[in-house]
Design a protein around this ligand. Structure first.
Ligand code: DP6
Length: 350
């Protein structure tokens, strides 16, 4: 029997993936860019075991036995086994690709609350399967087939997912573009406005947007393409204030196309908007003080929870402001405010 345990952190998109050109292969309509957070805070953990004596594949998620019929899990498993079957193994391990697998996955943060749980989950699953079946090479295109955003959690730091051009998705891969400490001493504050499951999941929401939103056509043909290039330049030049402005603009555009969807996909709540408004006031103050390198930025995925990037010098101040403006209910205290430093890719633990 072979057993491997891996952890993979969530990634937060600063230029969003929203919309597919191929639903089955999970090929996006645009490139996206994200930050992979550190392993210490929000991550998925997966243990996989394979053995010639196992009689079937089995899967447990957060302690509950789940069906393995999920086509996305199946696609990842099939692709890893296909790649493993092409490798040469010694002696009794020769048919390792045909051994059944037992998978045990867990997240240490709310699942499906718009906090990138599927990204960490699939990146972790694919990385662990790759390790246990002895598959080498780029795994981002396999993780992508679990959940699009998962391909970015295969790498640490700042990561770009290239949409690619090939029909078979072979060039739709994620690549690291800058190390975790590229913007040094960066902090992430996650404001959990609501930890419940979202009403419209990302997969369904983005499909409806592509089908019904005319604003989406403008996003794809004009704005997101030029924003990607501006973001690459801001990252290359370590231009933090521009990075902040572009991150905010792209989050707002994604939520604008969601509202332009029919029926609308409403993810942000009044509290989400109030958090955004507070941060704009904060940034105005930094501009007046001629301290634009202490600006902060927010981004919202398909949920109401704010993800805020803040330079360490002001992170405590921003957190204190948020706690004052939005005091958490006593039982939750500050546990809901998770702090982390963008840092590592999926890794292997013993
Ligand atoms: C809003 O990766 O969850 O977080 O590919 O259908 O599984 P599927 O969607 P998913 O979409 C995430 C969208 C987003 C933005 C982003 O992470 O880029």
């Amino acid at each position: 029997m072979k057993t491997v345990t891996c952890t993979a952190p969530v990634n937060i998109a600063v230029i969003k993936y929203w919309g597919k050109r191929d639903e089955k292969l999970i090929l996006p309509l645009n490139d996206s860019i994200s930050f992979t957070l550190s392993q210490d805070e929000m991550c998925a953990k997966t243990t996989v075991s394979i053995s010639p004596t196992f009689t079937e594949d089995k899967f447990w998620l957060n302690g509950k036995k789940e069906s393995l019929e999920n086509p996305r899990v199946q696609n990842c498993l099939k692709e890893i086994r296909r790649r493993a079957s092409k490798r040469k193994f010694e002696g009794s391990d020769e048919n390792v690709w045909s051994w059944h697998v037992h998978i045990c996955s867990e997240n240490n943060f709310p699942t499906a609350a718009g906090l990138a749980s599927s990204a960490a989950g699939y990146a972790c699953l694919v990385y662990a399967l790759g390790q246990v079946y002895g598959v080498e090479g780029d795994l981002s295109s396999v993780a992508r087939q679990g959940s699009g955003s998962a391909c970015r959690s295969i790498h640490g730091g700042l990561v770009r997912w290239y949409k690619g051009e090939a029909d078979d998705g072979s060039d739709s891969v994620a690549r690291p573009i800058a190390p975790p400490d590229h913007f040094p001493n960066l902090r992430v504050i996650i404001c959990v406005v609501n930890a419940g499951q979202k009403k419209t999941g990302s997969t369904v929401g983005m499909k409806q947007t592509v089908a019904t939103s005319s604003l989406m056509q403008h996003r794809i043909s004009v704005s997101v393409t030029s924003r990607i290039e501006s973001m690459m330049k801001a990252i290359k030049e370590k231009d933090w204030p521009t990075f902040c402005d572009l991150t905010i603009a792209d989050s707002n555009e994604m939520h604008a196309v969601c509202l332009d969807t029919f029926p609308p996909c409403v993810y942000m709540t009044d509290t989400s908007h109030a958090v955004a408004s507070l941060l704009h006031k904060y940034n105005d103050l930094k501009t007046i003080e001629s301290n634009i390198n202490h600006k902060v930025c927010y981004t919202f995925d398909a949920g109401p929870n704010a993800c805020i990037f803040a330079p360490e010098a002001v992170a405590e101040e921003v957190l204190a402001l948020l706690l004052q403006a939005f005091p958490p209910p006593p039982a939750q205290a500050t546990d809901d405010y998770v702090k982390g430093i963008p840092s590592q890719p999926a890794t292997l633990s013993k």
